[in-house]
Write a protein that binds this ligand. Structure first.
Ligand SMILES: [Zn+2]
Ligand SMILES: [Zn+2]
Ligand SMILES: [Zn+2]
Ligand SMILES: [Zn+2]
Ligand SMILES: [Zn+2]
Length: 380
């Protein structure tokens, strides 16, 4: 093989060894043919080293970790061969989506919905939101629904702790605030240290400026208070209690910490989203896909919690918004009562789990959590 390339390296003939010069005329035709065929086979290999790289999954995955989904799509659409290299099997693309860099869409969605209060601008507050694509310490995982890599900041949280205000005195605690889900109103967030009711032993290290330490931001923790622009009153609620509340047994229409009925202004946003998952059906109208029965013809009961539904599933904010829209449009005639107007007793069905919520609309809805006003946030 080596030998046959040599004549091409001596085109002038002057320095070509004698033996080679003698043979060159008789070989000319064969050589040129060989070269021609070599050129095509070489061009096949040389033309697309990119394809050869992309065909190796390890290399493809490490390239993908630097790409956003739209970059991968643009790359896949450049040629059929590249598309084939990226996605040789139907499941390959899904696997690859989980290797990409977080596209940062969730932070954009948060900024569109979350409105900073006048306090944010009146005081020396700072916002700390850092997408995992630009920070190594923010965890990323594939979204459970669309499979696109999503960082912890771009996925749904029940309480986003995004704002920080340094203490004005050294012996004071810093202030924290943020937002409930994608609702617009800024809410104060109290760290365990803010509430004397919490003994210092169990409250852990004091919360710090999230932009400085490795512990923050403090999503889904601490206590939330009445939104800044709300003049009504409600006791602070322990976020962990809100997240863990069995929504099949209890409603957030009542303050968890003090049993104050109403919905408390502190819980209003959570109350609204948990009520929105409920639909009313009489037995005749109940769709078989809802209210599934167990073997003994018993209905499956709802034991959903905000934690199970929102935090235990790694859901990107685009999918969260789509899910919420789908739920708000589902069974529109069954929101207040069953749409058939037969006035028989209705069953409440949870659209998150398709289980039955064993409650009567007219019954007093008081949670039996062991709590009273003086022990804010005692865990059940
Ligand atoms: Zn939106
Ligand atoms: Zn992100
Ligand atoms: Zn998603
Ligand atoms: Zn009906
Ligand atoms: Zn449920």
């Amino acid at each position: 093989m080596c030998h046959s390339i040599q004549p091409a390296l001596y085109p002038g003939g002057e320095h070509v060894p004698a033996m080679k010069r003698k043979r060159s005329s008789e070989m000319a035709l064969t050589e040129s043919r060989k070269r021609a065929s070599q050129r095509t086979s070489q061009s096949e290999i040389m033309l697309c080293p990119l394809i050869r790289i992309l065909q190796q999954y390890g290399l493809l995955a490490s390239i993908a970790s630097w790409l956003f989904p739209e970059d991968l799509l643009a790359l896949a659409l450049t040629s059929k061969a590249i598309h084939q290299a990226i996605s040789p099997r139907p499941c390959s693309l899904e696997n690859l989506l989980g290797k990409l860099s977080c596209p940062g869409k969730g932070i954009q969605i948060r900024q569109k919905h979350h409105k900073k209060s006048m306090f944010f601008y009146a005081y020396d507050c700072s916002e700390y939101v850092q997408c995992g694509s630009t920070s190594d310490i923010v965890e990323s995982r594939p979204c459970v629904s669309c499979k696109v890599t999503t960082c912890n900041e771009c996925r749904i949280h029940c309480v986003y702790q995004s704002n920080y205000e340094a203490p004005s005195d050294l012996d004071e605690l810093p202030s924290f605030s943020g937002f409930v889900l994608l609702t617009p109103r800024e809410v104060p967030i109290l760290s365990p240290q803010h509430l004397a009711a919490f003994d210092s032993q169990s409250s852990g290290p004091p919360w710090q400026n999230p932009s400085k330490g490795l512990n923050g931001p403090y999503h889904d923790q601490g206590f939330i208070d009445v939104p800044f622009d709300d003049n009504t009153f409600g006791p602070p609620e322990f976020v962990e209690d809100i997240l863990n509340l069995d929504l099949g047994q209890h409603s957030l229409g009542v303050s968890i910490s003090s049993n104050v009925p109403a919905p408390s202004p502190v819980l209003k946003a959570f109350h609204q989203i948990t009520e929105q998952r409920k639909r009313q059906f009489c037995d005749a109208c109940l769709p078989p896909t809802l209210a599934k029965r167990r073997e003994g013809s018993q209905y499956m009961l709802c034991h959903c919690s905000l934690r199970k539904h929102f935090l235990d599933r790694w859901l990107c904010l685009r999918c969260y918004e789509m899910e919420e829209i789908a739920i708000s449009k589902a069974y529109p005639a069954h929101i207040e009562r069953c749409g058939c107007a037969q006035n028989s007793s209705d069953r409440v069905v949870c659209l998150w789990c398709s289980g039955v919520v064993p409650e009567s609309k007219d019954e007093a809805d008081v949670p039996d959590l062991d709590s009273d006003a003086s022990t804010v946030g005692s865990s059940p």
